[in-house]
Design a protein around this ligand. Structure first.
Ligand SMILES: *Cc1c(COP(=O)(O)O)cnc(C)c1O
Length: 376
């Protein structure tokens, strides 16, 4: 197998209209960029404590409530740093003493490790399963929070968000970074659903968003009242106070907020979460269906129910060098189909968040076929 990039040109009729299939940062819609450019003169470069920016944050808070059908009493909270940063927020402001973690890929494992290293918390209850599968949560009276991952972006495994135990017996904290906006979820099944804007919300990174239930808000107050030392930028209580004023604790990326708001309102205008989830399923079904018929490609996730509807992982036969395939695709403007770097498989990983056109996914499968036959 060689990773040198042969000079293969993908014919024009097999080229997607947009070549971005990355898991994050992901495709930003051209219409969203045009709207940002149009708004820029009175928006970019203005105070985040004044109305142009605060009104975008207000629209985001209301729109998220509508998209996820959040019940009364939920709060939509924002902070700088992204989902990985929110793990630190959670271990300071949401986990009281001990948490259970489902660990089944790089992201869920990272949060588990951070909690295990936190001196103020007890060792977590960790339930693991091999890459390409997911474990099930188990009710445990000794934990006060359950850490779930809706879509494990590193492996392309998704799982339904379900409370492992009655609501009063533990908070359900869901890493929804790549799932949010592209997968259905019942807000009755979580206490915190957190994510970043650069995946399904087709914006840029550096921000976290957390949908917090009344029980989560109560936990934040309870932990604060114990006097636990919490760094200010990691304090969910501080973020909540700011969110209620349509602000963030410190300066956020204004373009990021704007693009996320545009994407959210675009999804709502098209029919909301059901529309977006169906669109993503259409796209991944094209990929899984193609792989199942192909004589050189196979969906990595064997269990159909666990196959992600937003990030498809497709193994290639050993006779084909996936690195050579992704290199040729990249040279032809089709980017970020490489597998998660630490998974180490001969694989393609294709993210199809709501921004991606299903027709482009169909063209992508034709382009891959063309490249593979040209390479062999
Ligand atoms: C991308 C991702 C993260 C990290 O998000 P950042 O915005 O880079 O902090 C965490 N969890 C999952 C499941 C992800 O897909």
């Amino acid at each position: 197998m060689s990773s040198s990039s042969p000079d293969i040109t993908i014919p024009a009729d097999l080229r997607p209209s947009d070549g971005r299939f990355g898991s994050g940062p992901s495709k930003v819609r051209a219409d969203a960029m045009a709207a940002l450019v149009a708004a820029a003169p009175t928006y970019l470069g203005t105070s985040h404590r004044q109305s142009p920016v605060k009104s975008v944050v207000g629209r985001l808070r209301a729109g998220m409530g509508e998209l996820f059908a959040l019940p009364e009493g939920f709060e939509v909270v924002f902070g700088n740093g992204g989902a990985a940063y929110f793990w630190d927020v959670a271990l300071f402001s949401l986990i009281e003493r001990r948490s259970q973690h489902l660990s089944f890929g790089n992201f869920s494992e990272s949060f588990t490790t951070m909690v295990a290293n936190a001196a103020h918390l007890d060792s977590p209850d960790v339930i693991e399963s091999p890459a390409g599968t997911h474990p099930e949560a188990k009710p445990n009276p000794d934990v006060d929070a359950y850490a779930l991952t809706h879509n494990e972006t590193s492996t392309g495994v998704a799982m339904e968000v379900l409370r492992p135990a009655p609501a009063e017996e533990g908070l359900v904290l869901v890493d929804a970074t790549s799932a949010a906006g592209g997968m259905r979820v019942d807000p009755g099944q979580f206490d915190v659903y957190y994510f970043s804007p650069q995946k399904g919300f087709g914006s840029d990174g550096g921000l976290w968003i957390a949908l917090c239930s009344p029980a989560a808000l109560a936990r934040v107050d309870k932990i604060k009242a114990t006097g636990r030392w919490i760094p200010e930028s990691l304090s969910l209580a501080t973020a909540i106070e700011n969110a209620r004023l349509n602000q963030t604790y410190n300066t956020p990326g204004l373009a990021t907020l704007f693009l996320m708001c545009d994407q959210l309102e675009w999804i709502l205008a098209n029919g909301g979460l059901e529309w977006a989830a169906s669109r993503c399923e259409t796209s991944t079904n094209i990929l899984y269906g193609w792989a199942e018929k192909s004589d050189f490609a196979t969906p990595f996730v064997a269990d159909h129910a666990a196959r992600s509807p937003v990030v498809a992982t497709i193994d290639l036969d050993d006779s084909i060098d996936a690195k050579a395939v992704t290199k040729v695709l990249r040279a032809n403007g089709i980017v970020d189909t490489e597998p998660y770097r630490r998974l180490g498989r001969n694989q393609l990983r294709v993210a199809v968040y709501p921004s991606v056109e299903p027709d482009d996914v169909a063209l992508l499968t034709g382009a891959i076929d063309h490249v593979v036959s040209a390479l062999s």
